[in-house]
Design a protein around this ligand. Structure first.
Ligand code: AMP
Ligand code: ZN
Length: 140
């Protein structure tokens, strides 16, 4: 499962260089070349899947285990006090590379970075109606 036109597939195959920090048979992690903070890492499956809706859930364990290892190493290497795990799906959400990847972003007590602005529901009924609508689309 490789896409010849996909930059992350080409990185996974070693055709394009990266600043690699972790690799196993299913997963690769390397530094983002445009970091939010130095040490900002990307974790990708080696196989090509566009986004969260297309990646096989069977890969989840390997990806999660790699993210834990990479995040712990990034925190130690940068002296960060915390980190964010970000994953964008679709253009509207800011996805620019359509090979699924997770951002591990080291965070510092004084970095005053706002990831997003949160809003509110006008009332509980509106919130409950939204919960019921979303739940109605879930298959059990
Ligand atoms: P996203 O916006 O979630 O799709 O994130 C894609 C990320 O990939 C961006 O943060 C880019 O800076 C990063 N990126 C794109 N090309 C490369 C590359 N060749 N090596 C490392 N990072 C890259
Ligand atoms: Zn790919």
């Amino acid at each position: 499962m490789t896409d010849v036109n996909c930059i992350f597939c080409r990185i996974a195959k070693g055709e394009i260089p990266c600043s690699k920090i972790y690799e196993d048979d299913k997963v690769l992690a390397f530094l983002d070349l445009a970091p939010v903070h130095h040490g900002h890492a990307l974790v990708i499956p080696k196989s090509h899947h566009k986004d969260m809706l297309e990646v096989p859930s069977e890969l989840g364990c390997a990806i999660f285990a790699a993210m834990q290892k990479v995040a712990a190493a990034v925190v130690k290497a940068t002296g960060a006090q915390g980190f964010n795990v970000m994953q964008n799906n679709g253009l509207a959400a800011g996805q620019t590379v359509f090979h699924i990847h997770w951002h591990i972003i080291p965070r510092f007590d004084d970095d005053s970075l706002e990831m997003w602005e949160q809003g509110s529901y006008p009332d509980m009924a509106t919130m409950q109606a939204m919960a019921a609508k979303v739940a109605s689309y879930l298959e059990n």
